[in-house]
Design a binder for this molecule. Structure first.
Ligand code: FAD
Ligand code: FES
Ligand code: FES
Length: 497
């Protein structure tokens, strides 16, 4: 085991021996390093004022990601490079092209949000050449500004590469040197830290993870910390011990296995989006509206499933796609014992999952859709961007040669204490042609499946009405071409006059 946390801040190596396991990157920067460029607005991943960029090795290649420093724990940076707004100024005091673009486009007024926007734009520039307006909007959806308004900031996103070509960016020019430095920090040992009387472990292999969880069955497992971070910053929880899964490369992979996609539990939501987009354009839209880019860079598929939230966005979609879950744990003789179960049976009751002592989510397997399957997913939330669903519905349906429905899955989030299939509504569809009458029969059956909650996101009546309307949208979108049923589509139409 190694007892020292090691990472780069800018190009400077940092080594830390004792560390509070849940000290946030933002608190460390502002309170310990006195680097106050990154701001704290909400401390819950919503406003983006704390955005920093993290460079990490992904199968040997350097990958830059904008993340929220307010909910990321410092020890999870082991082996990474941390870039803050303080690292942008050139040696001669000149502004970085992203900063210069913000100046030229009048992208800042009070300036509180500005470092966050600058860092989100930096990550975009490091990853993509000539981003479209849609991609700039995407990359900035996790940043809020109360005074400037977004047009000048989006204009800065379009201007930055004209000020200086992307290839000349100092961070990209140093990419190989940085990757080499980070490679020296990957030692394959478990990191074991202690601070404030609490423990933090970051294993580097699946078997080390399994052994640690067996030894500490009550440990708080941390993946992207986009949920767990809030237990600390808002719930004031003291977690001990913490076991971080992010150093295990074997849990990060996404692979095409022919008839199905396999996602390691630590696959980020960005990678999940890219892979699922090939199955259906609506999955791309669903994932584009999952948090902001910072949340999607950090958050993982395993975390979204394992947290068992009734309003998590992926579970309904994955249940409709017939996904299965691989759970793993340590077994005798240093072996790993695995079991596979349909995703829907993992969710037992509100926040209660079928996860046995010592088990962790290792992977998710998602069958590809048969060519004759109709599929559709819809998220309804109060805000279009960066908001959790009031209701999410994912539907799949197949018909025989005569057009009668033979197989269907209607999975919902936000309708019960767990993500759940509407089995009565499914039964009402079987044997019918796919038409308005079938939809009416399924809608009439929905109250047998669900007695939704009234809460701040939506009333029970609203939820039930929306659940039915989403089914009607499924019918319209699969039978009427072209269907004008999506806000994203209407916005694109408006943009093109
Ligand atoms: C601003 C903001 C916006 C958000 N928007 C959305 C949204 O639009 N839709 C949505 O669904 N969610 C949203 N979320 C919630 C969150 O981002 C997701 O649930 C995310 O997928 C959690 O993944 P994570 O890797 O960050 O999990 P973590 O926070 O690290 O962990 C979540 C839970 O899963 C457990 N866990 C993690 N990995 C494993 C594993 N491999 N095995 C066993 N247990 C594990 C942890 O112990 C914890 O209980 C949002 C969060 C924030 C802060
Ligand atoms: S302070 Fe608001 S997202 Fe971090
Ligand atoms: S410039 Fe004031 S909040 Fe954005």
């Amino acid at each position: 085991m190694r007892k020292t946390l090691r990472f780069l801040i800018g190009n400077e190596p940092v080594e830390i021996e004792g560390c509070d396991p849940t000290l946030t990157v933002l608190d460390w920067l502002r309170l310990e390093r006195r680097m106050t460029g990154s701001k704290e607005g909400c401390a819950e991943g919503d406003c983006g004022a704390c955005t920093v960029v993290v460079g990490r090795l992904d199968h040997g290649r350097l990958r830059y990601e904008a993340i929220n420093a307010c909910i990321r724990f410092l020890p999870t940076l082991d082996g990474c490079q941390l870039l803050t707004v303080e690292h942008l100024k050139g040696g001669d005091g000149s502004l970085h092209p992203v900063q210069q673009a913000m100046v030229e486009c009048h992208g800042s007024q009070c300036g509180f949000c500005t470092p966050g926007f600058v860092m989100s734009l930096l990550a975009l520039r490091l990853n993509e050449a000539e981003p479209s307006i849609a991609r700039i909007e995407d990359a900035l959806a996790g940043n809020l500004c109360r005074c400037t308004g977004y047009e000048p900031i989006i204009a800065a996103g379009r201007r930055m590469d004209a000020i200086s070509p992307r290839e000349a960016d100092p961070f990209l020019k140093q990419c190989e040197t940085t990757a080499a430095k980070l490679a020296t920090l990957q030692d394959g040992k478990t990191l074991a830290l202690e601070g404030q009387g609490r423990r933090f472990y970051a294993p580097a292999t699946v078997s080390a993870l399994a052994e640690l969880i067996a030894a500490h069955p009550q440990a708080a497992l941390v993946a992207g910390a986009t949920d767990v971070g809030l237990w600390v910053t808002k719930g004031m929880k003291q977690l001990d011990p913490v076991v971080y899964l992010g150093r295990i490369e074997g849990l990060r992979g996404v692979s095409d296995e022919g008839d199905h996609l396999r996602f390691g539990a630590m696959a980020t939501l960005v990678d999940v989006r890219n892979a699922l987009a090939d199955l259906s354009p609506q999955l791309d839209e669903l994932m584009r509206r999952f948090g902001g880019e910072q949340v999607r860079n950090a958050g993982t598929i395993g975390g979204n499933i394992a947290n068992g939230s009734p309003i998590g966005d992926l579970p309904p979609a994955l249940i409709a796609l017939k996904a299965t879950l691989v759970l793993a744990k340590s077994a005798d003789g240093g072996e790993i014992e695995r079991r596979t179960l349909p995703l829907e049976s993992f969710f037992l009751d509100y926040r209660k999952q079928d996860r046995r002592p010592g088990e962790f989510v290792e992977a998710v397997s998602v069958p590809k859709l048969p060519s004759d399957a109709l599929f559709n997913v819809s998220k309804v939330s109060k805000r279009f961007d960066e908001d959790i669903s009031a209701v999410c519905g994912a539907f799949r349906l197949r018909r025989d040669a005569n057009g009668f429905i033979t197989e269907t899955r209607l999975a919902y989030g936000g309708m019960a204490g767990i993500p759940k299939r509407a089995k009565a509504a499914e039964a009402a569809l079987i044997g019918r042609p796919w038409d308005e009458e079938a939809v009416a029969a399924a809608i009439a059956a929905l109250p047998q499946d669900f007695t939704p909650l009234d809460d701040m996101r939506a009333s029970a009546r609203y939820r039930l009405t929306v659940a039915g309307n989403l089914l009607r949208r499924f019918l319209i979108e699969t039978t009427e071409q072209p269907a004008r049923t999506r806000v994203a589509g209407l916005l694109a139409e408006a943009a093109h006059g």
